[in-house]
Each structure stands twice: as structure tokens, then as C-alpha cells.
Write a protein that binds this ligand. Sequence first.
Ligand SMILES: N[C@@H](CCC(=O)N[C@@H](CS)C(=O)NCC(=O)O)C(=O)O
Length: 331
Amino acid sequence: MHRRLLATAMLAVLASTSVGLAGTLDDVRARDKLICGVSEGLGGFSEQDGAGAWQGFDVDFCRAVAAAALGDAEKVEYLPLSAEARFAALGDGKIDLLSRNSTWTMSRDLGLGLDFPGTSYFDGQGFMIPAIFGAISPLELDGASICVVSGTTTEANAAAYFEKAGMTVSFLSFKARDEARAAYAEAKCDAYTADRSALAAERAALPTPDEHVILKDVISKEPLGPVVRDSDPQWTTLIRWTLFALIDAEEQGLDAAAMAGAGADEAKAMGAPAVKALGLADDWLVKVLADVGNYGEIFERNLGEETPMQLSRGVNALWTQGGILYAPPMP
Ligand SMILES: N[C@@H](CCC(=O)N[C@@H](CS)C(=O)NCC(=O)O)C(=O)O
């Protein structure tokens, strides 16, 4: 009797951790689809085109993982998530992967049952103001009201920044980013604070972008990257090495075009350690690069100078080119 009770209790424990035990890679394979949590539509990162197809830097990371796990970048179902809903969606098993401009912080990493496999975009928080104000620093914003999106690192960072500077500002916070932008556009607040990459998208989405400036000051570190549950080390490893592989491929000069020639053999050799260890196909990295391109191609296509985002690589350049992108070697 006692033993049976123990067995029942053990089964209950197993059931409660079934998300981790089943293995996310097995789930994704059985479904033949990756479920990827993205933003509700942030220019350059994840947005739907006129035909409803998702595109962007964060979307391309979902596609790279689908190519690695399933051999096809198209096998992704996108779940748009607000800032407040995003981490619970992972915990509840609604998504396999979160790829949604999410900052890696210690409190999130240790407090929410999550893993942050790496940084895909080194960002920082900034401010946008109407150019007519003529301000050049956030330290000129004493007494201002500031629009912000809740459920983010953003409001607390700004509050700490102004408190340290001995300034008083007020915040108008919104659950949805488009509400925050609309309020700013209607001059309901004097400034808009967010990650600087998000501000570039928000500025481009305003009716008159040229009338708004993004101040140079960066008041926080926002290492953005993919997020997974912390109960599945195999899946965390797959996500981490998909990201590193995109960066290492750029460093090795392997791009999408090279996959049609001798570059494919090189990519196969680079990806070999993950074949046995993670059970990936031997051409997993060839598929990733052929379908999605390397890190540099993904950046330029979605965020680069030729896009409405007009972002330069900056610190997100390879370490060999003056940036801080430094992926461990693969072989
Ligand atoms: N990186 C910060 C902020 C992320 C965030 O959600 N920012 C908002 C403000 S612009 C956003 O991007 N929202 C996207 C959306 O609403 O779809 C975090 O992880 O907390």
C-alpha cells in the first residue's frame, strides 16, 4: 500500500514535469512544426507582411531553428505575444521557443524557470523625443511624462536612471506597444523610452519619422536573445548552437549562396558535432544557411542600413570587425 502510494506520487511528479521529460525536440518532430513566440508586430524583428507571412530578425531565428530541427525553415507556427504574456507562454508549454526581443537578466534566468541560450542582439535602452524639443540628453527631461510598455525591463531602468540623477519624471505605461506609440504620436507624453532597436522601429512607424529623434544616450544593457524552459538541456543546447553557428558561419565566410557549392561540405563539417549528440541530420547547418543565411545576412535583410530600420552593425559586428559577437568555435 505504502509502495503504491509512493508510485502514485512519483507518477504525479513525472506528469507535472512532462514538458521537460518528453523533450522539446521530440515534441517538435512529432508535430513536424516549431511553435515560436514572437512580438505582436515590431518592425525589423517580427511583423507580418501584406500577405500575412511573418518576417524579421527574430522570425529568422525561429526559421533557423526549424531548419536545424526539421530540415525546413518554413515549418514554424508563430504565436504573437505581448511583453507581459511571453514568459508564461513558455512555462505553460504553449511555445517551444521565445524569439521576441527579450532581455537576458539574472532575475529572469533564475526566477522564472527559463534558460537564455545566448545573445542575438546587443541592445540598450534609449529615448525618442520630438526633434522640436531640441534636447540632446535624457538629463534634460526633468518633469517630463514618458510613454513606456509594461511587462518589460524598460520602466524600472528609466525610473532608476532618473532617480539616480535626482530628477522627477512621470510614466504613462501601456500593455501594447502600438498604444504607447499612438499616445506618443498624439503628444500625450513628451518622450518614449524602449530598447533603441525598438525605437528605430517605432520611429519608422510614426506618420512623420523625421520630426522625431532618438537620443544617443544608452541607459542600460539589453542583451536580447532566444528564451527556452530550463527543464530541457538538449533543447537549450540546440538553440545555443544554432545561434553560434549563424555567427561562426559569418566569420568563416559561409553564406546562403555558398551552400550551392563547396561551402556545403564545409558547413557539414562544422555542424558535425551536433549530429550524434543532438540527433540532427548531417546537413542541418547546410539547411539553416541555405534557407535563412548567416548572422550578417539576417541582420542586413531585416535591420540593416538599406531597411527602414537603418541600423548599423555597431557592437553587433563580429569580434574580428570591432564588435562583440564572439561565438565559441564549433569543431
Ligand atoms: N527587451 C525588453 C523590452 C522588450 C519589449 O517587449 N519591448 C516592447 C516595447 S517597444 C516591445 O517590443 N513590444 C513588442 C510588441 O508589442 O509586439 C525586455 O525584454 O523586457
